[in-house]
Write a protein that binds this ligand. Structure first.
Ligand code: OTD
Ligand code: ZN
Ligand code: ZN
Length: 345
């Protein structure tokens, strides 16, 4: 008899859905697995107002195929000197679920990001007051800091001070990649949590250089040493509610990845839950997947759990090498591999 796994329907607490033809190409991949997703605001131009977020939310809803129930949860891209009133109003109107801190130039489309966190202290003060979560891309952007150390240095130089200055602010340390981040979040107060991606659980930095340059494993924050991957796997499968699912699925057309200056980002949405299931199965922790994927995120955000369930089936699941999208192709995470769990419905 086929082995089946029934899970409360999960949510994706960190995803890049893009806009225009790429949005149209990728929206269903997220919507068919996840009931809700925290949608990143790093469009060109970035989503910095409630009006822009509301309009983007409508474009996302229009891009999802009829018959798929999906709720996009919108975020505000924080910029220097942003008016706290816009955040408070947008949150109050149910448009902004959270706000995102990109240190300027830390990742794709972050040129408008924050140059110094003191520039957004009035916003953080307001967010702390109204219980609106702050989502952080936690890397310093100082080019004198080794790229593999930028997350750990961010904790020391920036995050510890912010947490001390806003002790009640809800913070999600996004897409953590290091043991340093795992330890920091685990030992912090309950209002500090983290998301973990499928790819940072599955690969270490060797994957980028395996027999040659492997641009489809290049993302930011960049994958780290094996000891960090093992710490992430232990955290994700620990049952600690501070750690929950966020894919950071970030599609880029194949020609922009396989290029002289290739884009950062891994497109993992089409096989996201299968990838997490593989990790949890390998760790002997399939019984903890549901908490990580479907319970800890909503509880942290103060949202209801999804009422419906999904089924995964143990069956060979080949991942295509390429998926056509927006007049080009995307190379999904696990391209060419055979996964051993299949999302049924
Ligand atoms: N990382 N690529 C992108 C975003 C993420 O830092 C991130 O959240 C992207 O393309 O938007 C990436 O490598
Ligand atoms: Zn990021
Ligand atoms: Zn991201």
């Amino acid at each position: 008899m086929t082995e089946r796994l029934r899970l409360r329907r999960p949510d994706d607490w960190h995803v890049h859905l893009r806009d225009g033809p790429m949005l149209a190409a990728v929206a269903d991949a997220t919507a068919r697995q996840f009931a809700r997703a925290i949608v990143m605001p790093n469009l060109k131009p970035p989503v910095t107002t409630a009006a822009a977020a509301a309009a983007y939310r409508e474009r996302i809803r229009a891009a999802v195929s009829p018959g798929i129930a999906f709720e996009p949860l919108m975020t505000c891209y924080l910029v220097d000197g942003i008016n706290p009133d816009e955040l408070v109003r947008g949150h109050g109107e149910g448009i902004f679920t959270a706000a995102k801190l990109y240190p300027a130039h830390a990742t794709t489309n972050s040129a408008h990001g924050v140059t110094d966190v003191r520039q957004i202290y009035p916003a953080l003060d307001a967010m702390q007051r109204i219980g609106m979560p702050l989502l952080i891309h936690g890397e310093v952007t100082d080019h004198n800091v080794d790229i593999f150390d930028r997350e750990a240095v961010f904790i020391e130089r920036t995050l510890k001070t912010m947490v001390a200055d806003f002790p009640a602010l809800k913070i999600v340390f996004e897409h953590i990649t290091t043991k340093d981040a795992v330890d920091f979040v685990r030992d912090a107060s309950p209002n500090i949590a983290a998301t973990i991606t499928p790819h940072h659980l599955a690969i270490n930095r060797n994957a980028m250089f395996d027999g040659g340059m492997r641009p489809h494993f290049y993302c930011l924050p960049v994958a780290k040493r094996e000891l960090h991957r093992l710490a992430l796997r232990a955290a994700a499968t620990s049952g600690n509610p501070k750690f929950f699912l966020g894919t950071d699925s970030a599609p880029h057309a194949v020609e922009t990845k396989e290029a002289d200056c290739g884009c950062a980002g891994i497109y993992n949405a089409p096989f996201a839950i299968e990838s997490y299931a593989r990790t949890f199965a390998e760790e002997g922790a399939l019984d903890r997947l549901e908490g990580f994927a479907s319970e800890f995120g909503p509880r942290f955000y103060g949202l209801p759990l999804n009422p419906d369930f999904i089924t995964l089936e143990r069956a060979p699941t080949p991942v295509p090498g390429r998926i056509s999208a927006a007049g080009s192709e995307l190379v999904p995470f696990h391209a060419g591999e055979v996964l051993d769990w299949r999302f049924v419905a």
